[in-house]
Design a protein around this ligand. Sequence first.
Ligand SMILES: Cc1ncc(C[n+]2csc(CCOP(=O)(O)OP(=O)(O)O)c2C)c(N)n1
Length: 701
Amino acid sequence: MDQPKAVPDPSVAMSLADRTGRDARLRSVDNGAKNNLGHNSSHMLSTPLLDRIRSPHDLRHLTSEQLTQVADELRAETLDAVSTTGGHLGASLGVVELTVALHAVFDTPNDRLIWDVGHQTYPHKILTERRDRIRTLRQPGGLSGFTRRSESQYDPFGAAHSSTSISAGLGMATAHDLLAHEDTAYKDRHVIAVIGDGAISAGMAYEAMNNAGSSRARLIVVLNDNEMSIAPPVGAMSAYLSRLMSSRSFLNLRDLAGRLAKRLPHPIERTAKKAEEYARGILTGGTLFEELGFYYIGPIDGHNMDHLLPVLRNLREADERGPVLLHVITQKGRGYAPAEASGDKFHAVSKFNVITGEQAITPPGPPSYTSVFSQGLLAAAEADPRIVAITAAMPSGTGLEKFAKRFPDRFFDVGIAEQHAVTFAAGMATEGLRPFCAIYSTFLQRAYDQVVHDVVLQNLPVRFAIDRAGLVGADGATHAGSFDLNYLGCLPNMTIMAPSDELELLHMTATSAAFDDGPIALRYPRGNGSGLVLPAKGEIIEIGRGRVLREAGRQSSREKGGIALLSLGTRLGEVLRAADELAARGLPPTVVDARFAKPLDVALIEQLARNHAVLITVEEGAAGGFGAAVMHHLAHAGLLDHVRFRPMTLPDKLIDHNTPVAQIAEAGLSARHIVATALTALGVTAAAAEGLSVGRSGPTS
Ligand SMILES: Cc1ncc(C[n+]2csc(CCOP(=O)(O)OP(=O)(O)O)c2C)c(N)n1
């Protein structure tokens, strides 16, 4: 494939003459007083060259200098857009030059460019025909914060969970080989997977490299090494990459040309090539990647267009087969001083002031569930030296940072390695430690067999602290914790708790610390509690017992066709609001906080079914979880015939990023939906008359 010769366009040349450097891209007409957080529209962006890029195709005629200017303007545009939307800024700023270079050299979308995690793709989105919508990023109805096949032909693989890119890329490259028999266009297609030094710590990445290294697939893996994950990266791989980086200076252009020229084109010369690689290995100490069967190139400066472009062009032109790993060094948060200076490099930010870097401060409110868990765990750990805590690269997200500071020897960040985290915890439990494995609901999905085979089958007392259970707002469906009640609820030996408020979370944290009879999970949502006064430590609650909060009374329940609302988790607030409304209509319901999804409080549930005409379960989880377990029990107990049972769950569809309130409304789990479900079950037609729409989660009677 020929690279079109770069012919500077006169208008581009003018804009080049006009160029005043990276920082000048952002010109503020603000005098500071007007410059309130979240109101950044007063910045005037000067992006003359970027304005001319309608698709990656337009990059392919530009010189290296012009592409550098595009990158500068792209960085300014990314910064400005994210200042109004919030999102994953640091990773995006770090790959600006790499993004421009990849799209300039490769024939995207025909060549497949896969971004691992997809959180660093804001510059990619701007260049790939989505600039007009970039300020809708993560907003209701707007662009996703990750890659998504349905969003663009330039996103060949959707992501948000990490470390999938090499597997997907190898699949595509293999498919291209097979399809080339039918259509020769596939023969020249390239597949490029960009993966970070954090994401490459996960098992899937190694599984994929192991497979790729023994294949002849034409796969280019770009290792984007910024020496950061969300937190500083941990583990031997990270240390290895640092050594690799410090033992070699950046390859200069002559070295690069020499190395690439040595890639011999024909298989017949493989033996000679092997010998050459072996010699090179001895000289340079070799690299793990070469041992795995990759042709390793690097490290190169990922912010220098003059280094990136020739290397990428060489890789594009090489007719040698087999996987290549290009090691690129970048800086997370690059080009924006507040990000570069901050500890987390602005990994994820709320709206911010571009001039000062100050992020919008959420008004002071009740503590988050995450921080209440953190408080409860610390209190338990002070009293019990056997308590240990494990995170898979999310020390701050899971609230374990304080634990790490207080008990550094009892805290373990295992890297992005949920599967390992679970089995590591299981091993600790066999020796009598009390491990808390703190993993988001959505990421625990990756460790399912470890939960089943290593924990449940051996009935080991691993405590699963499952944060972000339920819908999660702007991160959308990829991060929603919709399925944990289902995937854990079906497992024998498992105990599952779901607090209805932050006080309950404190109690449940204490309860799980004291529980040694087998695995136990507590699931709690993203967001803040309701402002309850919290004691220093929680109380141990009785396993498998719900609590009755309001009693309709036998008379009102049976005779007036009474309603029982059985709530699991933090939907309780909406359930109580629904109860108030029903009471106002003369139908005061019984309200129960189930506390446990497993074991069920069967005595209480049977009593509810016997004493009420309608029984409604409410949970923020997919169908097949708590409500299904209640229904199953009632059916076997012969009670389903006596009560109108209505399980309210998340609907059977993926709910896109949106505000939490809108997501709950879309799911059909707000107070008005609960009221509507109750009235409809009772046969009260007023619900329909009032236009209350009940989603699939709240079935009609
Ligand atoms: C399976 C999984 N676990 C955890 C996360 C949360 N997460 C998102 S980005 C990230 C760090 C990625 O680090 P790296 O690959 O080095 O990319 P960088 O942000 O540094 O560019 C983590 C842990 C995830 N997306 N997927």
